[in-house]
Write a protein that binds this ligand. Structure first.
Ligand code: CAO
Length: 445
């Protein structure tokens, strides 16, 4: 067995590069081109690969040693690989080599470094060298092997806090970061940005326009309220991640509205006001029973069909939008639903809803009927798969086959998740809802 000395090859202008990582130890079997140590100058870090295959007999360097061209790195016991000693071979893995320091061929069989295989270089060669102290935009302080490890895990190294010497990022730091993200304790900037205007960058879009509004006139700045921040992030995620489609339709509520008005007169003393929304909740329960996929949620490659009927309703409050939930709406009558709704809407406006009041919905209704408008495209409240938007009813001329009749028409806008629901089902759902609202006896069927 020949003893082969592996020395530091020509590393360009670099002098006194520090050994920052020992990648092998005595007794290890190494292959040609396998990285042996990582060295770092104040401009770049790079791995020194082996010229030959063999067993490491003796390491001649330790962490912190300063090396220069020709210094002995280790002694290998094995056969010299003649191919590896090809004189035209570049010297080091240029993971972090600056262009100006292009490596040179080795000088003898004993010190020659192998020609690094292109595929080995490909992932790292595109990385610019790490430059400690460089202005923002420079790569973080980490060895090529740690960079490789981070790349394999998809970890953004510039977000990892280094605990090594000179704040160098170690493999343990990358592991700790990964654990924190997986457990929800931390978030990557890209993930967080999806909840804010910066999310466009994560999607490869143009950056959000930055305008100095004060140039055009007086302005006042106010922080977003807590509810706006939370609901905004949720709405943004849902809008971006769910393939929404919205079907619009009209329901003839002429008789139902007359009934509602009559009931309110009869129940005046009870203090409970019945609104159209209570009927809509009940009608939606009937539709969800008939079309159960509208009361489902996607979980990976499975659909979870809920056998309960909890209906959320969007409530406008001075602080922003909240969605209280009427639980078990199938087991409750119109009066009870109306009473619960007005109680929850009051709590919502006073900011007194607890988390439990806003959890568990399988389907949501967003009614702008008390305000106005014709149709809109509500955003699905994930992990639900559909939401019904309702606007203000109006008396319209409706053709009955012989003549136009004045009918009270309620505009419905159903947004649905196209991963779960098809257009035909959505049209059927709306048509069924329209039939129920036109003749509420159908709820009993
Ligand atoms: N067509 C015509 N009139 C309607 C109607 C409709 N679809 N729905 C309600 N109205 C009428 C009611 O009958 C009531 O009239 P009267 O005072 O004469 O009786 C009036 O509008 C006000 O109703 P309301 O809004 O108090 O009651 P509601 O049950 O319809 O709604 C609530 C309750 C909490 C949903 C509502 O107050 C609210 O906050 N809506 C906004 C929801 C929202 O912001 N959605 C958008 C989400 S996306 O940003």
């Amino acid at each position: 067995m020949a003893l082969i000395e592996v020395k530091v090859p020509d590393i360009g202008d670099f002098k006194d590069v520090a050994v920052i990582e020992l990648l092998v130890k005595p007794g290890d079997t190494v292959k040609v081109e396998q990285s042996l140590i990582t060295v770092e100058s104040d401009k770049a870090s790079m791995e020194i690969p082996s010229a030959s295959a063999g067993v490491v007999k003796e390491l001649k360097v330790k962490l912190g040693d300063k090396l220069n061209i020709g210094d002995l790195v280790l002694v290998l016991e094995g056969a010299v690989d003649p191919a590896a000693a090809a004189p035209s071979a570049p010297a080091v893995a240029p993971a972090a080599m600056p262009a100006a320091a292009s490596p040179q061929p080795g000088t003898s069989a004993a010190v020659a470094m192998p020609a690094p295989a292109p595929e080995r270089l490909a992932p790292t060669a595109s990385l610019p060298p790490h430059q400690p102290g460089a202005p923002s935009g420079a790569l973080p302080h980490a060895s090529p092997s740690v960079r490789k490890f981070a790349r394999e895990l998809g970890v953004p190294l510039d977000e990892v806090k280094g605990t090594g010497p000179k704040s160098r990022i170690t493999q343990e730091d990358v592991q700790a970061f990964t654990k924190a993200v997986m457990s929800g304790e931390a978030s990557t900037k890209a993930a967080s940005a999806k909840g804010g205007v910066g999310g466009g960058e994560a999607l490869g879009l143009l950056p959000w326009p930055k305008v100095d509004f004060a140039k055009f006139g007086p302005v006042e700045r106010k922080d977003l309220g807590r509810i706006k921040k939370i609901s905004g992030a949720n709405l943004h995620r849902n809008w971006v991640m769910i393939p929404h489609v919205t079907n619009h339709d009209d329901a003839d509520i002429t008789e139902l509205e007359a009934f509602r008005v009559q009931m309110n007169k009869e129940n005046e003393k009870s203090g409970i006001k019945i609104t159209m929304l209570a009927f809509l909740i009940k009608a939606c329960v009937a539709a969800l029973k008939k079309f159960p996929e509208f009361n489902s949620s996607l979980d990976g490659e499975q659909l979870v069909f809920k056998q309960y009927f909890h209906i959320g309703f969007a409530a406008d409050t001075p602080n922003g939008l909240v969605v209280p939930v009427i639980k078990d709406a199938d087991k409750k009558g119109i009066l009870q639903i109306s009473q619960e709704m007005s109680e929850m809407a009051r709590k919502a406006r006073e900011g007194k809803l607890g988390p439990a009041d806003m959890q568990g919905a399988g389907f949501t209704i967003s009614s702008l009927g008390g305000i106005g408008g014709r149709y809109f495209t509500p955003i699905i409240n994930a992990p639900e798969v559909a939401i019904l938007g309702v606007c203000k009813s109006q008396t319209e001329p409706v053709w009955d086959g012989k003549q136009f009749q004045p009918r009270l028409m309620l505009p419905l806008s159903l947004s649905w998740d196209h991963r779960v629901i098809d257009g035909a089902s959505a049209a059927r759902f709306n048509a069924f809802l329209g039939q129920v609202l036109a003749d509420f006896r159908r709820v009993l069927l």
